[in-house]
Design a protein around this ligand. Structure first.
Ligand code: ADE
Length: 228
């Protein structure tokens, strides 16, 4: 899987090479991440990528031409173009899994007051939000998107099981988990988890998963119970 990112801050993404699961996935060539500088696609002599909003109003808007040029330069036959925006469809685990089946994703990071609507209407395949709050730009959302999608690419997680046993994989939160010591500050690990009885442990985990979802995310629990 290849991710190309269109951004005014390409160096922001360098840290992905350095750390953890994503850093290793890059080293192992499971994923490829390439951030391009939007300003390099500007024909303006000052490399300007924003302008005032027609009709007035505060702030600046990203102009269409550099974005169009960047998309045309990066696009291949099998590319999907994703615009990270607070107006997008709320990203969820099912969408993440679907995106992980792509060969090539081009991520456009917005800034200022957003991008010219003609780009969104004509040159973007998906507009995606990572939550109902507004960030100063699309770079952190793009990183969250890359991280979430990469976890579903085969062999990126050490153990394929982990993505499947994760919270939200089947619409439920994960069961509670414990490690040593078996008693901490007087608080004990549930006895059944020490029993070695796999069938009972499975049952306990299923219960715990349902209970966690009902308590922490009643919205998900309702959906799950209705079989949606
Ligand atoms: N850019 C600014 N806020 C955002 C959000 N919540 N999701 C995606 N992109 C954004």
């Amino acid at each position: 899987m290849r991710f190309d990112i269109i951004t005014v801050f390409p160096s922001f993404f360098e840290c992905l090479n350095e750390y953890g699961v994503i850093g290793k996935a890059i080293k192992d060539s499971k994923i490829e991440i390439n951030a391009v500088n939007l300003r390099d696609y500007s024909n303006n002599k000052h490399k300007k990528v924003d302008d005032e909003i027609y009709g007035g109003g505060p702030g600046m808007l990203m102009t269409p031409e550099p974005i169009y040029n960047a998309i045309q330069d990066l696009k291949m036959d099998n590319s999907k173009v994703v615009f990270l925006s607070p107006q997008g469809k709320l990203l969820n685990q099912q969408m993440v899994e679907e995106f992980s089946e792509s060969d090539h994703l081009i991520l456009l990071c917005g800034h200022y007051e957003g991008v010219d609507q003609r780009i969104i209407d004509n040159f973007i395949d998906y507009e995606v939000s990572i939550g109902d709050y507004v960030l100063t730009g699309g770079e952190i959302p793009a990183m969250a998107f890359i991280d979430a999608v990469s976890r579903f690419i085969p062999d990126v997680l050490g153990n394929e099981e982990s993505a499947i046993s994760d919270s939200l994989y089947d619409g439920l939160l994960k069961y509670s988990v414990y490690t040593r010591p078996s008693e901490f500050m007087g608080h004990k690990v549930p006895e059944v988890l020490l029993s070695g009885n796999h069938k009972l442990i499975e049952e306990w985990r299923r219960e715990s998963s349902l209970k966690n979802t009902e308590n922490k995310r009643p919205d998900l629990y309702k959906k799950y119970s209705k079989g949606e």
